[in-house]
Design a protein around this ligand. Sequence first.
Ligand code: SF4
Ligand code: SF4
Length: 362
Amino acid sequence: MRGKGGKDMKASKVKIIGKKKIKDLLREASQEWNVYVPQKWSDGDVWMDQLPKDKQMLDEALEDVVLEDVDTVISPKDIFFPQLESIFKFKDDKIWETPEFSPKLIFGVQPCDLKGILFSDDFYRRNFEDRYYVSRIQNRLIVARGCLRPPRPTCFCSSAKTGPFAEDGFDLQLVDFGDSYFVEVGTREGEEFITMHKKFFSEPDGNYDMTIKEIKTKACDSLELKVDFQNALSLMAQDSFIPEENYRRIGERCIYCGGCLYVCPTCTCFNVFDNVKDKEGERVRNWDACVFEGYTRETSGHNPRKDKWLRTARRYEHKLKFDYKVTGLSGCIACGRCLSSCPVGIGISKFIQEITEKRKIM
Ligand code: SF4
Ligand code: SF4
């Protein structure tokens, strides 16, 4: 399985690639892979999407590739967990599943989002194997791209140790160095990719280890928002640490638009529904969210989380308590998107500041 073995492997080898060669590399790679890369769209927003296969469309799309420290508004989680996904179809008494197995090259993913992908990988295989998710990750290669500067003022990855460079979990990682990238090799699959496309890569000169270390240290220093993340996890682990009034206050302020949940790389809630006409149709799943009143409402009408504050509590405790307790992985990877997307200024970094600094911030 490509890309799976990266979790435990530290970068051991380094190559170099000129930035001008990236487009040609992506063009060549798209013959074998479905290539996902950050692209600038007509409204100016940047997010990761698949490059087209058609030659002319591919050439045009390559002009819009953005490998810079910009805010990718939405996370890349929908590559493996689409917003709307047909999971099986049926007609009369026949049912057939529709898993998706295409080879995927995820190129230029930010390190926090890489952690989000690894979190989702674990979630969808933890207590049961979600075959629709797992089919999508079967054949993938992940090329991370470390951030020299935080793409959002709300980023706090250095506090959570989820960035600005990945330490593991990638097949390859790009380290921006002026006109070139150092390419850290994390897995055998990453090494094979370089061998397949060796005309684009060369050996670095001189004391590159020291240069890479300096780049990473400077990048880490550029993060202005610092929170006491580890302390927050320890405090949240205590029973009933957060007074109900805090959750009530935040819950009253939240307008339950769902913005923070849809942009969050680690939100994994979904619902399913059937599209049926006569005896034919499909079962579809779509993103849902724990803060919505209907998410836990049962068929009888009973809702165990009827009150807003209970749903607010669920969100924060899921992110900072339950996942960490079960897996040792925090359900927040510190991307800062929840705060940057919230119309009323609620965000998990502020919540962490509230509980660790013992003052009212939201
Ligand atoms: S909770 Fe907020 S900061 Fe944490 S991963 Fe989700 S969107 Fe990012
Ligand atoms: S974005 Fe803000 S207002 Fe909307 S659901 Fe999230 S916390 Fe509530």
